[in-house]
Structures are given as C-alpha cells and as structure tokens.
Design a protein around this ligand. Structure first.
Ligand SMILES: Nc1nc2c(c(=O)[nH]1)N[C@H]1C(S)=C(S)[C@@H](COP(=O)(O)O)O[C@H]1N2
Ligand SMILES: [Mo]
Length: 258
C-alpha cells in the first residue's frame, strides 16, 4: 500500500511558495492600480492659471474642500489670543518689501475703494484716523517660520466698511487689496476680512507706522499668516470672484489661515 499524502496537505515549502505567490500578486495589483490612478491624475487638465497656481483640477478640488472644512471649523466668533502690551517686541521684524519700491509719496496717498458695481471712492488717511482706534497685541506668524508678539493700532476693517457705507459689500465673497504699484496683492475671504480683529493699521507700538512696515496704512489680519498682512495698501476691492493674490498665484495656500 502506498502511503500517499492527501491532496490538501501541503509541505511547508509548498505553503511558503503559495504565500509568496499570493503576496506578489497582491503587490503587483496594487502597483498597477496605483500606476493607473497616477496616470489618470497626470492626464487630468490643469486648472485655469490666474488666481491660484496651476494645480491639477482634482487636486485643487480637494484643496478647496479642505479649505472649506477649516473655514467652518474656525468660525468667525473665534478670537486670536492677545497679550499685554509689555510683551510686545520693541524691534519689530521687517520681512519682504515687495510692491514697496519706486517713488512713493506718502503725503499724496489716498486709499482707492472699488465696489463690486464699479463705483469708486478715494479716502484720505485723516478720514481714517478720525474714526475710533482699535489696538491689538498678538503673535504675528510668518510662513517662513518666525513669529513675534507685536502691537498694532488702527481702524477695524468692519468699522471702516460700516462708516463708508460699504456694508452691502459684505454679502460678497471676497475683499482684495493691492499696493499702489499693484506689485503685491492679497485676496481675503469675507469672514476673515470682517473678523473683529482685522484692522487697517496706521500705528505700531503706539507710534506712526514706519515706512518699511507699510506707511501710511497696512493690513493687520491676525487670523492669517503674515503673507496676507499687506503693507502699504493702495486699493481695496469687493467681489464675488477671488481677487489676485501674490503668493497664491505661485502656489501658496489661498486661504492661508492659522
Ligand atoms: N507690500 C508688501 N506687504 C507685505 C509683504 C511684502 O513683501 N510686501 N510681505 C508680507 C509678509 S511675507 C510678512 S511676514 C509681513 C511682514 O510684515 P513686517 O515686514 O511688518 O514684519 O508682511 C507681509 N506684507
Ligand atoms: Mo511672511
């Protein structure tokens, strides 16, 4: 009588071989699926370049979804942490000065406001300084990796909007700001723009705003990273489409919230 092993009983070697076969099969399938997915993404169209840098359409869609989730999470009622004036830096760091070159005459400066319907108005620094001042001491954060507790004073953007009869413009999606030479621009979602800590600053450490920090008027928007805190504001616009944004155009996050 031959002592034949039953069919199902595999030797140890056979078991290992079978397992290897299955693992490599699964691995190969995953690889193929991954390659297919990558190929698909690679062949999807790029978003129209302009406001944001040309990312693949599906990727931008995902980025925008993430942005929306963060916007809902950080509701407008959240205030950025503030500090006593004694903690504010005496030597305030100067970062980049894009859009701040050229022959700028601070005494000739006027702020140009453009409503969504195209109507414009010019506002002087004295008109702005005549309104109630708001001060804030907070931790200013730059995407380049530094932060500093700083003390700023100026007019709340929402107070500015209400005073100059622009309240209807807050129904729109965005506020845009540019330097007078248009060399630096920021786009702001409306909830961040009208946030109670967002100010048009004309003072730093209780003194008139120095030129290299954006005299005569700069944006201080504590719910955003430094890149959105435009120095030397020349114009403010209201729109439902995203206004141009210097850093978003070359690939930085458009929202740039903290
Ligand atoms: N016009 C203009 N505004 C600007 C910038 C710039 O280069 N030009 N740099 C931004 C960046 S990246 C930062 S961190 C802050 C720095 O402001 P500060 O120079 O007053 O510290 O300004 C922002 N506003
Ligand atoms: Mo920055």
């Amino acid at each position: 009588m031959e002592n034949k092993k039953p069919n199902k009983e595999l030797t140890v070697d056979e078991k290992i071989n079978r397992r290897n076969f299955i693992s490599f099969g699964v691995f190969a399938l995953m690889g193929a699926a991954f390659y297919k997915g990558w190929q698909w993404l690679y062949h999807t169209p790029k978003e129209a370049p302009g406001i944001t840098a040309g990312a693949k359409v599906p990727l931008r869609r995902a980025l925008n979804k993430t942005e929306l989730a963060f916007r809902n999470f950080f509701s407008n009622n959240n205030l950025v942490k503030t500090y006593p004036k004694s903690m504010a830096a005496k030597n305030v760091r100067v970062n980049s000065t894009i859009g701040m070159g050229g022959k700028f005459v601070v005494d000739d400066w006027k702020l140009k406001v453009t409503k969504a319907n195209g109507q414009t108005m010019d506002i002087t620094i004295d008109q702005i300084k005549a309104l109630p001042k708001t001060e804030i001491v907070f931790d200013f954060k730059c995407v380049e990796g530094w932060d500093q507790i700083q003390y700023w004073g100026g007019l709340k953007l929402i107070d500015f909007i209400n005073h100059f009869n622009l309240a209807d413009q807050t129904q729109l999606g965005y506020v845009g700001m540019m330097t007078p030479d248009k060399g630096y621009q920021v786009g702001l979602d409306m909830p961040s723009a009208i946030h109670p800590q967002t100010i048009l600053a004309y003072e730093m450490n209780g003194q008139p705003l120095p030129m290299n920090h954006g005299a005569p008027l700069r944006l201080i928007i504590p719910v955003k990273y430094g890149i959105k805190n435009l120095k030397r504001i020349g114009s403010i616009t209201f729109s439902d489409t995203r206004p141009p944004d210097y850093w978003a155009r070359i690939g930085y996050d458009y929202y740039s919230g903290l």
